[in-house]
Design a protein around this ligand. Structure first.
Ligand SMILES: C=C(O[C@@H]1C=C(C(=O)O)C=C[C@H]1O)C(=O)O
Length: 281
């Protein structure tokens, strides 16, 4: 049988889970990419399961099921999804040009919700590689996510910064889910026992990360720099669960995105049904 191809987000945000994942004895192949490429390769069937943009799940909800109790979410500031402006406030951005990172899907739609629905402005958008300097050369504001946003925060002190998780929270009072763990339906059916084992390993990894963040913090410092206090606060601000609170926030996000014509209406969240005992934490 072929190895299960598992995606891995090429950012530090998944270290509190992936740093602890024990793949001993599993026949898996890892594919490490930015979210937009994971989204694309999942849709093309080149990856069997992966954390993908929650927005990309909604675009293909009929083809995927979600692994229970796994997500990248935040209740409030997320710490790595920023709109950088040259001093403009959100309501100043009407008719201005915004450069969007080509690595994201969820945050691009979230930004449109924040600007068009909440702030009532209509900017123009251009999609670009995530270089803050080049984005700001051609645009009035720039959206970055993940490690590029963290680096932008460290290097881009000339700019005003908006944390999109914080803006979402201010307007809705809800959690926001950026990534979900999707499995292609065909794989969910044909590789059931492999998936049960992989799910168990993910839950064990999440539990390990929750017990002791130090290995994730050390790996993040090795990859990007920064100090331990920064990474501890960043990881503690993220939520890797996918419970009722997260689902409520995500359904609201899907509805708002549908209102703007970005998603079909009535996207349903379908979970992979796994024995409850596997999910014990
Ligand atoms: C918190 C983050 O979550 C993510 C944001 C995503 C998106 O905008 O599509 C996708 C996956 C996650 O990497 C982040 O990247 O900063």
């Amino acid at each position: 049988m072929k190895p299960i191809r598992i995606g891995r987000i090429a950012f530090t945000n998944i270290l509190p889970i992936y740093q602890y994942f024990d793949d001993q004895g599993l026949d898996v192949e890892w594919i490490r990419q930015v979210p937009s490429l994971l989204n694309r390769d999942m849709a093309a069937g080149n990856i069997d399961m992966s954390p993908i943009s929650a927005f990309a799940y909604a675009e293909h909800a009929d083809e995927y099921v979600l692994m229970p109790d796994l997500s990248i979410s935040a209740m409030g500031p997320v710490g790595s999804i920023f709109l950088f402006t040259k001093g403009d406030q959100l309501h100043d951005l009407d008719g201005k040009t915004i450069a969007l990172t080509n690595t994201s899907a969820s945050s691009v739609a979230l930004l449109k919700i924040v600007l068009e629905k909440f702030a009532g402005v209509r900017p123009n958008y251009v999609t670009m590689a995530p270089s803050l300097e080049e984005m700001m050369n051609v645009a009035d504001a720039a959206l970055l996510i993940g490690d590029d946003a963290v680096k932008g925060k460290w290097n881009g002190s000339a700019y005003r910064m908006y944390d999109l998780g914080e803006e979402w929270m201010k307007q809705t009072g809800l959690s926001m889910t950026y990534a979900v763990w999707a499995v292609r339906r065909a794989i969910a059916e044909s590789r059931r026992s492999d998936l049960e084992e992989i799910y168990l390993r993910f839950m064990q990894a999440k539990a390990e990360g929750r017990k002791n963040l130090t290995p994730a913090i050390e790996e993040a410092m090795r990859q990007l720099g920064g100090d331990a206090a920064f990474w501890k606060a960043y990881f503690e601000g993220l939520c890797y669960d996918f419970g009722e609170k997260e689902k409520r926030g995500l359904q609201t996000y899907f509805r708002y995105a549908a209102d703007l014509g970005l998603l079909p209406s009535n996207v349903e969240i379908h979970m992979l049904d796994l024995p409850a005992s596997l999910g014990m934490r």
